[in-house]
Each structure stands twice: as C-alpha cells, then as structure tokens.
Design a binder for this molecule. Structure first.
Ligand code: ZN
Length: 389
C-alpha cells in the first residue's frame, strides 16, 4: 500500500485538473488547405492557351493581359513594369570556362542527357500549336505584371513571390514556367481572399524576359530599388515600394523522374523520392541570410506539404532570384536543382516542343502543388497571416 498510494493521489490530483482548452486552429494550415490540385492544373492549362509565350510576341503580350485579369479577379490590385529589351547581337562566344562544375557551382554526377533550346518549328508535331508559336520575337518595349497584398501593421515591408511567365522552345511552356507562374497566381488567390489579413506586404511578380537573362527582374530592380520603404505621399500610410525582405522564385515545378538512365532514357513516372528543391547561392553577398530563408521554407514544407519533402542546396542559378542575390535574401524553388540536375538532362522537356500540358500527369502536378503548399506556409508565417472570424 505504501508504494501504491502516491500513484492513487496523483490520479486524484490529475482528475481535479481542468482539461487543457483545445488548441486554436492554425490559420496557416487553413490557408494551405485552400490550395487545390484541380485549380492549380486549371491555371496552368489557362496559361498554355498562349503557346510558348515567347517574349516580344503578341502571344506573350496576350498572356500578360490574361494573367492581369486573373489577378484582378482574385481581388489583388495590379501594376506593371515597362522596359525595353534590345537583345545584343548574336554570337560573341561567351561560353563558360570548363571547370568540371555545373552552372551555379555544383558537381554533376551520373549519366547525362544533352540539353538545349529547340529553335526548329517543325519539331512541334501539333500543327495548331506550331502556328500559334510562329510569330517571331522582335526587339522593343516589354511589360510585366505584378499584384500586391498590403500588410496591415507593416505595409512598409514585403516579400516578393515570383515566377516567370515567358517561355520558349515551340511547346506550351507548361512546366517552364507555366507551373511556377500558376503557383504564384494560386497564392495570390488564397492570400487575397476577403477573410485573410497579413501584417506584412506580399508582392506577386510574374517576370517577363527570364529566358533571355532576367531582363524583367533587372528592370524591376533598376526602377524600384531606390523607392524602398518610402511613404508616398508623405503621411498617407502608403508605400508604393515596401522594403524588400526576401525574393522567392518558382521556376519549373513538376517533373522529378530522377536522373537519366544509362541508356539515355528516363523513368516514365514521378520518382517515389521526388522532392522540392530549395536553392540559395553560397557565392553571393547575402548567402547567410538566403540560407536562413531557405531553411524557413524547408521547415514549412515539413509542416504543411502533403506528399513530397524539400531539400536545400547552395547552387541557385539562372533564374529571376539571381539579380537579387547581393541585395536581399533570395531563393528559388524547383523540381530539381538547376545546375547539376536540370543541367544534366533530368528534365527532357526543358525548352522543348514536348513541354505541353498533356505531357504531365497528376503525380507531376502534385509536386508543383507541394511547392505551392511550402511557399504558402512559409510566407504566411513570415508575414503574420491570420483569418477573420
Ligand atoms: Zn524557367
């Protein structure tokens, strides 16, 4: 009895303790659950009606108009950046020195499939799509669209969530980068629902001219960097360009079928180990801050992504976060690492006529949806998102 008594007393005390109140529901989880595979697919499909959306063409301009109309319909006020793109003359041989390393700095492994940009219309077997992509690009004025969710308590600070809406290669640019553009648009939809508030501002940017060297993102920086954090008009509480807290790019989100097989073919299905690749650039002024931001996204993936995990890598390159790497924390999310994996041929549709909506199945689209869950979860946390009752 002397041994059992304390246990009995403990049980009596516990019985008198009122039960803990149920934990308040996590508003971020509720927001993530508003993402939907069919809606994400429908937005990608909508973008593919403009073919490869090559910069400097009518189909690219029509896509910018269509994206802007969708963003407005989500209740996200839009604006445009205007700039001029005059490409340098072709040639000049600016090849990279052969270091044995991939672009961005990583070391390639395994079997490789050659990559490149298709420029031959006749490689597109779909005659309707070939005709849609026929108009050539011409130098001149360009536009890109963004929309903004203004923060309630810190409107003067913001995160930029981006994807590039232009493509090339005579397909539909369904994956590169319809998948990233649709992800950004779906996040704009969720964050701009009438019952959602964020303490800080979020800007949803659909860059143009990524495929020619991120001239859209560079124009944005050139025109707006010096406006950061300035209230205008003074005393209005309005900040046309909030201070940049981070830039998160989404560029090719769907296809992780593993590395090329020794016979130069690919697995037909998404690999079971597919992951979302979060990259920062270790060779940049903001490397430490960017790495920290990357791990915030990895943690958000663990908490909110339903199917696929995330991996962090240090070799981010060749995307619209690039022009930001020495200015602010900057990362990218992709289906694979850009340098050692996509550069080694892990995505055989990349810049090819086969990058069309019909190439992908739900396991592919679901990887993009998991990247959307990752970014939505991370950005909702970073900006203090809450739901009105
Ligand atoms: Zn891309």
């Amino acid at each position: 009895m002397r041994i059992i008594l304390p246990a009995v007393f403990l049980a009596m005390i516990q019985a008198q303790t009122p039960p803990a109140p149920p934990a308040a529901p996590d508003p971020v989880k509720t927001l993530v659950e508003r993402l939907d595979l069919e809606k994400y697919k429908a937005t990608i499909k909508g973008l593919t009606q403009f073919g490869d959306r090559r910069q400097g063409t009518d189909r690219n301009r029509a896509a910018v108009d269509w994206i802007e109309a969708q963003l407005k319909s989500y209740g996200c006020p839009t604006d445009r950046i205007k700039y001029v793109y005059d490409p340098p003359p072709a040639g000049g041989g600016r090849g990279r020195p052969n270091t044995g390393l991939a672009v961005g700095g990583g070391r390639p492994r395994g079997d490789k499939i050659p990559t490149g940009v298709n420029t031959d219309p006749m490689k597109q077997p779909d005659e309707k799509l070939r005709a849609l992509n026929m108009q050539p690009t011409t130098p001149g004025p360009r536009e890109m669209v963004y929309c903004t969710k203004v923060g309630t308590t810190h409107p003067e600070e913001m995160y930029i969530v981006g994807g590039h809406m232009d493509g090339h290669g005579w397909g539909e640019a369904a994956n590169d980068d319809g998948s990233g553009t649709a992800l950004v648009m779906e996040l704009a939809r969720v964050f701009n629902a009438p019952d959602v508030k964020t303490e800080r501002t979020i800007r949803f940017a659909l860059w143009n001219n990524e495929e020619t060297g991120s001239q859209g993102a560079r124009a944005y920086i050139a025109q707006r960097q010096d406006l950061q954090g300035k209230e205008n008009p003074p005393g209005s509480g309005k900040y046309p360009e909030p201070k940049w807290l981070g830039m998160i790019q989404h560029d090719i989100m769907l296809f992780d079928h593993g590395m090329p097989l020794p016979d130069g073919t690919m697995r037909k299905e998404q690999r079971a180990e597919a992951d979302v690749n979060i990259e920062f650039q270790s060779n940049s002024k903001m490397a430490a801050e960017s790495m920290k931001l990357a791990w915030v996204f990895e943690a958000a993936n663990e908490k909110y992504a339903t199917d696929y995990p995330a991996a962090v890598g240090p070799h981010m390159t060749n995307t619209d976060s690039g022009p930001f790497i020495d200015i602010i924390p900057a990362i990218s999310l992709r289906e694979n690492e850009r340098g050692v994996q996509i550069g080694n041929g892990w995505d055989p549709q990349w810049h090819q006529p086969t990058d069309v909506y019909a190439t992908y199945n739900d396991k592919d689209f679901r990887l993009g949806l998991n990247a959307a869950q990752t970014t939505l979860g991370a950005v909702a946390g970073l900006t203090g998102a809450t739901l009105n009752k």
